[in-house]
Write a protein that binds this ligand. Sequence first.
Ligand code: SAH
Length: 589
Amino acid sequence: MFQKNMELQLQIEDMSVNGEGIGKSDGVTFFVKDTVIGDQVLVKVIKMKKRYGYARLLKVISPSSYRVEPLCEYWRQCGGCQIQALDYMQQLHYKEEKVRNNLRRIGGFSIADTEKKEQGILFHPIIGMEKPFFYRNKAQFPIGMDKNGKIITGFYAARSHNIIASRNCYLGVEINEKILNLVIAFMERYQITAYDERTGKGLVRHILIRFGFVTEEIMVCLVVNGNSLPHAKLLIEELKKINGMTSIVLNVNQKNTNVILGEEMINLWGQNYITDYIGEVKYQISPLSFYQVNPVQTKRLYETVLNYAGLTGKETVWDLYCGIGTISIFLAQRAKQVYGVEVVVPAIADARNNAKINGIENVEFFVGKAEEVLPAFYEEYTRGTQKFVKDIELPANTEDVRSQIEIADKGAAKERNMLQPDVVVVDPPRKGCDEKCLETIVKVSPARVVYVSCDPATLARDLKYLCEKGYEVREVQPVDMFPQTVHVETVCLLSKLHSDQHIEVELQMDELDLTAAESKATYEEIKDYVLEHSGLKVSSLYIAQVKEKCGIIERVNYNLPKSENSRQPKCPPEKEVAIREALEYFRMI
Ligand code: SAH
């Protein structure tokens, strides 16, 4: 019915998780980038799938009352700010709904609503920013050449490596533009070449700028395809004149790769790091360090974590996925002891250094995967031997843990008590926590779990797991760390249910008489997931067929054919793929 290049009018009724507007025509759903809820638009179909399609915005016929004029003239090409045309209050509403919907659909939770008199989880309004622009403390600008051989910098066009020339991004700090102007003028004057991805020739690849919001210190890092920068002294003379300039460094990256930074750093002037604060805590940030990009909102996020952790000074806290130890150190101010676990080795080096410069002694950091380090400790803890750490069977990549915890061998009994966590904080990447990690959290049984998440879908999945094993979600607090984009951060507080309540939960599971794998997601949840992620509608029958193929169920009780030769529709391959994805997502296969 609909074909590529067809033009049609749509009323945008909703917005997808990726920020596209959603409109319907003759029962077919269309996703349209750059539109906002409430717009009436003229679009051109660019791609058709069976039940849904993608279209490009041609013209806004009647703008939504939520539509605003974006500050950035390149916002449609860039793709970094997917929802810049949406009024900020409405952006916040959109993000809140995203978290709510995931908790409901994937997690199966009810959310309290005083107006509708509905009971459920206490869900706080999202914490937004007063000024939702110029919030990023870090910017990375690619350097290249235009058709005429002129050096340009800007940002990559969406899903490509074509540089759109612009020295002014509204998410970054204003000083960035001045620095870019200086560096480009210097390159032009001394004929310093821009790196060309296709040939692998040319010197300067990227300019990385970091800015300390509290200290106003600035770092400029040139990523180069070489070991030195000709006439570097002259550039330094210019950059030094900028107020706050603290660090000028080269980063060597001679590999033909999309990864921006190489491993080697060469200091050109000043320190090789800048310092900044979150609250009272001081952090040294090098070009390679992972550091939250929105410091204003990070402070609010961490304060929420601190509040949810409910510390009195007596608690042992585990901070899993700790990065450079920002949350660990923040919490150590109020806890008895904090242990941080992180898989990236240099991040742990930064974390230890950060603890040191703040004079914080009640925090220790371990290198390794959360899902391996935590179980290793747990096993040792339950074994309860005096030998404690020396015998511990640690995974291969956690040599560092071994040397670290040998110190703890001194007073095994005392230390064992210290290891038993009262609070576990997790802040995993988008894919969420490994199930082994969640399983061990349940075993070590902390009174409280604080879950910090950058993906509400995996958050909902993991909360569901914890709630099936004796925890209860108490509070949910979304925080807008990335205004103008579709991303949302959420902090959740879970606490352990009393044991009688816990038994009740187990009974309910029993009564349902499901196998372990079956219990993980209901058919409705799988349908919702498939619809949201691939736009396909699937029946329970198809889901059952795929489950059977995967060996999760024996299909004895589901829509059995009435007679041997009665024909049942077979799940088509594209739906099977989509269902398998959902099953994987819910960790059923
Ligand atoms: N809590 C930190 C960083 C969170 S980002 C902060 O607020 O700054 C998530 C971190 O998890 C990253 O540093 C990443 O390297 C780390 N990570 C990813 N997978 C991990 C795993 N399996 N075990 C431990 N850490 C992991």
